[in-house]
Design a protein. Sequence first.
Length: 302
Amino acid sequence: MVTIPPYLKEGDTIGIICPAGYMPFEKIETCIAVLGDWGYKVKTGSTAGHQYHYFSGTDEERLSDLQQMLDDKDVKAILCARGGYGVSRIIDKVNWKGFKKHPKWVIGFSDVTVLHSFLYTQLKTASLHAPMANAFNENGYQGMYVQSLRSALAGEATNYAVPSHEFNRRGIASGILVGGNLSLLAHQIGSKSDLQTENCILFVEDIGEYLYNIDRMLLQLDRAGKFETLAGLIIGGFTDMKDTDRPFGKSIDEVINDIVKDYAYPICFNFPVSHGRENYALKIGGTYQLSVGKKTVTLFEK
């Protein structure tokens, strides 16, 4: 049984932290203002706008900021302002005692995949793979993807419909939704955050990788058995892919399809979960139905 944290109501407090990479505070300001317009109070952590080389603080500073937000009973959700790299450097030092008594929503994607996977695998607690602070900028908060975060926080059941893709495999699958950034899913294999995927609907996405490296990471997941017992598979956006001087010889869709084409469960390509603007809020640990049809793919909470 997966624990679903309490949904938010007007007047609740959302904490904003940067548990990984650095983000200038001015890029967080619109997010803060919009969350206020949505009726929430906002508490910013010490890592918001703080910089220590690549990171938003030393490991100790980022751990302390995350820990304080987890332990603060007034904070009902924690929005990670950005990803980057760094959560895996601190995740095993977090004290989850207070969180277990008072679970709350953890929100973000990219490097936050490590947190999502830990919460599901070790604590059986749902979290939100969803837009972060930068998505609110340039009027992004008015779009359907940031608005999907607003709906998810309020407890509205998600129901998404997208066009089909030539590599899709039709069918209907039901299961707990898990996943995130492919690089991080491969990175955490063998760790305490190693994602268990049996009978789940898995989604993956990535950005800025070489095609051969995507092939290698998918093979790593495949060899580790992560694809073998799935209920269904969702391929999100693979943006800004790169190729070597000697071309790999396949498109990104072909790279992915070659790894998963022999599995019999439903598979959806080009679903709008990504590092780009197209990034629907998804509840990791939630129970979903994936329906892959001839013309349309639907994903909705059961």
